[in-house]
Design a binder for this molecule. Sequence first.
Ligand SMILES: [Zn+2]
Length: 247
Amino acid sequence: MIAVDTYSDAVRRTVHDLVIANRILADKGVLDAYGHVSARHPENPSRFFQSVSLAPELVTVDDIAEFDLDGVPLSESRPAYKERFIHSSLYAARPDFSCIVHAHTESILPFTLTDIPLRPVVHDASAMGAFVPVWDIRDDFGENTDLLVTSPKIGDSLAVKLGTNRAVLMRGHGFAAGAGTVSGVVRMCVYMARNAEVLTTVLLLGRTPIDLSSGEIAARDLFDPMSAASRRSWDYWAAQVGFGDLL
Ligand SMILES: [Zn+2]
């Protein structure tokens, strides 16, 4: 637990957004009892915030802990998520990321197992980017792992596969994704999951999906993430999970 009342307004805002993000991602089925979301410290880029080891649906402000970029908890004795190294390694590799999600979302899992690429086909999913690589833990760590990212070394391998993309799939496991704002990452993940459902339906219909073009994705990237239109889903979803008072 961090003494959020003793922090600046910027930190308090980040922690509150992180709690809201946990609840929305659980409500939308992106996260279940496992998986997690984190936010970079707004005033110290070598730190990030994340809940202790709890199901996202149960996370409150009192459960948020602070970590360094080695994944070491700085002020918390309760157990941390085993896979927090996804977050520490990706924050170290991607200074442009201020929020990261790791999830095991069912609609996305098939695309971690086949050579059919997950790509945006519906406009709301454009933020995931045109290309999402697939990381296979076997490539660097062999066939006897538990598939989890439980060390900085494994996290760094995942970060290499992510490269300059916005999301990376994890074979037989899930995905990790990041962006510059908490609300933007939550929105991206919700629509990435819905996009996977639509894409699967098209493929089951036996038809060839029409991908968004690079020009369409670039045009949508120009949207201001803090505009009223972009905030609409965040405000609505926060109210839906009963956390509108934290906005
Ligand atoms: Zn996982």
